[in-house]
Design a protein around this ligand. Structure first.
Ligand code: NAD
Length: 478
């Protein structure tokens, strides 16, 4: 793909080739300025059949290679990611809208995920033991087969990298369905994987929407699916995929709480909270969404206002993904205001020089929110944080525990005993102490609790080894 060539004509990638499709197309719109930059195919189940066939045909050859051989391909791919980082960052910036610095950080994270994948040969040594005199038992890890990954718009490159490097190094072959809102970076990924020496058919991409997701869940030749997206769709996918007896891990939405105690360090807490809620324009499943202010933390809130005022739409703050998303977020702010909350920093309808048609919302802070308000409970997915004021840590934990979600939760304090109580009792899969975005980096695994994840295990790290393999137990004597 020529990255400068617009409009982009997105095509499916099957058996190592970009293939034409006969389906409806969707406009691909850049959030930076609202311009149509290409067309994305809304593929049908027939296109999927071709991709699954290609993955099935490639399976025997790919899975019979040694894991070291498979890892070598990803070692070369990782190097290609590094040498193409500017080009890939530009693509993410264009299709998603996040800033170039954030786009680059996403590729750096994809590189780190590949580094974990290439280390798998060192991690998954087979077990062997003499279980009776002269009789040995050995456990081999075998791939599951043809697998699939379905991904959201907010990390066009990183989230697909949560799944395909590990799945492929472990011997599976894959069909990926990227978000129809951000299909470009995965096109380049397919080309770079081919250049790295990945055999045709091992990695295939089918673009589309709901129809393809349903067809992936129903397809009898697909053995396992990872899904990342909203809770509403995670439930649909988990139910449908497991109904056809597939393995499935489905990561959903989030509403992350940050508890701020009065002894928290003022400057670092304020800047951590603002970068957590406004990074990638708040479109991160790890973004701060609710600040629970325990007692008097007004100096921290004042400092947050100061830091938030340095966030500039079209500069260090990118747009949200679509006009619909912008409208929805602005409606959430208006409703909170109507219900009695105070908007102490209002980012609605900013003027962004030179990018008037971009989908921008400025950093927004809403104080005196109560736990029953919609803005305190629902995922906003924009650069908005609400502040709920409580009297003590106990009340804060109660509010955090009441959320239906459970992706991340953080406490800001200098008191180790309070931090220990929070670490123990917060109901979330990823906990931070004085860390605004507590993403567990490799080799630790990523995954939430409650309605932020369905299925057993996490999506990355050692947990993914269990997901992408099955155990063969061999007992023998000579
Ligand atoms: P989404 O659920 O709308 O879409 C995700 C995928 O599902 C896309 O590929 C889309 O084409 C498909 N899809 C959409 N609607 C569908 C339907 N009705 N039936 C079948 N398939 C459907 O999510 P999104 O808007 O692309 O991404 C944002 C969401 O993803 C947020 O809720 C965010 O919290 C979540 N997310 C979660 C994590 C996590 O680790 N838990 C990580 C990233 C994003």
């Amino acid at each position: 793909m020529d990255v400068l060539e617009q409009p982009y004509r997105v095509r499916n990638f099957v058996k190592g080739e970009f293939v034409d499709h006969h389906s409806d197309n969707l406009d691909l719109v850049s959030p930076l300025n609202g311009a149509v930059i290409g067309q994305v195919p809304m593929s049908d189940s027939q296109s999927l059949d071709g991709a699954v066939r290609a993955a099935s045909e490639a399976l025997a050859g790919w899975s019979s290679k040694t894991i070291k051989e498979r890892a070598k391909v990803f070692f070369r791919y990782r190097t290609l990611l590094e040498s193409h980082i500017d080009e890939l960052s530009n693509l993410i910036h264009l299709e998603h809208g996040k800033t170039l610095i954030e786009s680059r950080a996403e590729i750096l994270k994809a590189i780190e995920l590949c580094e974990f994948a290439v280390s798998l040969p060192q991690i998954i040594g087979n077990e062997i033991q003499e279980v009776s005199k002269g009789i040995e038992c050995r456990v081999d890890r075998k791939p599951v087969g043809v697998v699939a990954a379905i991904t959201p718009f907010n990390f066009p490159s990183m989230v697909p990298h949560w799944s395909f490097p590990n799945a492929l190094v472990l011997g599976n072959t894959m069909v990926l369905k990227p978000s129809e809102k951000v299909p470009l970076s995965m096109i380049r990924t397919a080309e770079l994987l081919k250049e790295a020496g990945l055999p045709d058919g091992v990695f295939n991409i089918i673009h589309g929407g709901q129809e393809i997701v349903k067809a992936l869940c129903d397809h009898p030749d697909i053995k396992a699916i990872t899904f990342v997206g909203s809770t509403k769709v995670a439930k649909i996918v988990y139910r449908r995929a497991t109904a056809t007896l597939k393995r499935c891990v489905a990561l959903g939405g989030a509403k992350n709480h940050l508890v701020v105690l009065p002894d928290a360090a003022v400057t670092s807490t304020a800047s951590n909270i603002i970068s957590s809620m406004s990074g990638c324009a708040g479109q991160r499943c790890m973004a701060a969404s609710v600040m629970i202010a325990v007692g008097d933390v007004d100096p921290i809130i004042q400092k947050m206002l100061e830091v938030a005022n340095t966030m500039v739409c079209g500069g260090n703050l990118g747009p949200v993904i679509s006009q619909d998303a912008k409208q929805r977020i602005e409606n959430c702010i208006a409703l909170a205001e109507k219900q009695g909350a105070q908007v102490i920093l209002d980012g609605r309808d900013p003027v962004v020089e030179g990018k008037r048609n971009g989908f921008y919302i400025g950093t927004t802070i809403i104080d005196n929110v109560t736990p029953d308000m919609a803005i305190a409970k629902e995922e906003i997915f924009g650069p908005v944080i609400c502040i709920i004021r409580v009297k003590d840590l106990e009340e804060a934990i109660h509010i955090e525990n009441s959320s239906v979600y459970g992706n991340a939760a953080t406490v800001f304090t200098q008191n180790g005993a309070d931090a220990a109580i929070f670490m123990d009792r917060a109901s979330a899969g990823m906990i931070g102490v004085n860390v605004g975005v507590p993403v567990p980096r490799e080799p630790f695994s990523f995954g939430g609790w409650n309605e932020s994840k369905f299925g057993v295990g996490d999506i990355t790290g050692k947990s993914s080894v269990e997901f992408w393999t099955q155990l063969k137990k061999i007992t023998y004597q000579w």
